[in-house]
Write a protein that binds this ligand. Structure first.
Ligand SMILES: [Zn+2]
Length: 228
């Protein structure tokens, strides 16, 4: 699924220029032409925004970014773009910059033996063409030299939560959505998700892994400010 981006990246310069003429790089947030994933103003807004949220609890290690501004626009557009290479580009930039700016030391000496992600229901994954949480796990796993482990299955295709859903509503509706792999037992897993809103999804997913006998820490790319 990444062939097209890899191909364009490895083309020789003249062909790269030609490719750029047909598909000029554009800001994934504001669509300004010239630079991707973010134009300079969006990049500056992101890099000079308030610092990221700190650790929430013992098991939740926090997030690289606050969800808002150019990040939320770019993310919302890219999530439904059916272009996994754009999402990969966005996530790679956010991971790279997030680590450089904020979390350089957080993952240096870690206890985990695998990295995993909150899965989407197969039908929804097929509809969207990718699952951002899984792409995030691939990118982070590479960076941290952690093997990927598909530790959870999404067994129910619920409608997405509306933005205003309370934590109580989310927690109630999400019960039974995930099933843990039997091989999760005794594993030390870093479970990642793309966006954390109330923490209900991540809470239910990690609970299933813990019930299956795994030791779990969670981490998200971004979280909404009200989670602070
Ligand atoms: Zn922009």
């Amino acid at each position: 699924m990444t062939h097209s981006s890899t191909l364009i990246e490895t083309l020789t310069p003249p062909i790269q220029e030609l490719a750029n003429a047909f598909w000029p790089p554009a800001c994934l947030s504001c669509d300004a032409l010239g630079q991707s994933p973010f134009c300079l103003p969006c990049e500056n807004a992101l890099l000079h925004a308030e610092s990221s949220p700190q650790q929430n609890t013992h098991h939740h290690l926090g997030s690289l970014w606050l969800y808002g501004g150019p990040l939320s626009l770019a993310f919302a557009k890219t999530k439904f773009s059916k272009q996994p290479h754009q999402m990969k580009k966005l996530l790679s930039w956010l991971v790279q910059q997030g680590f450089l700016e904020k979390h350089r030391d957080l993952f240096q000496q870690h206890p985990w033996d695998a990295i995993s992600w909150v899965p989407a229901h197969p039908y929804r994954r097929l509809q969207r063409g990718f699952n951002a949480a899984q792409l995030l796990a691939i990118i982070l796993g590479k960076r941290m030299q952690l093997p990927l482990f598909s530790s959870l299955k999404c067994v129910r295709n619920d409608a997405p939560f509306s933005l205003g859903s309370s934590k109580a509503v989310r927690q109630k509706n999400i019960q039974g959505r995930y099933r843990a792999h039997p091989k999760a037992r005794k594993r030390k897993i870093l479970l990642v998700d793309d966006i954390c809103t109330t923490g209900a999804t991540l809470g239910e997913a990690s609970k299933q892994l813990a019930l299956a006998g795994a030791a779990v820490h969670t981490f998200t790319l971004a979280q909404t400010p009200k989670n602070n």
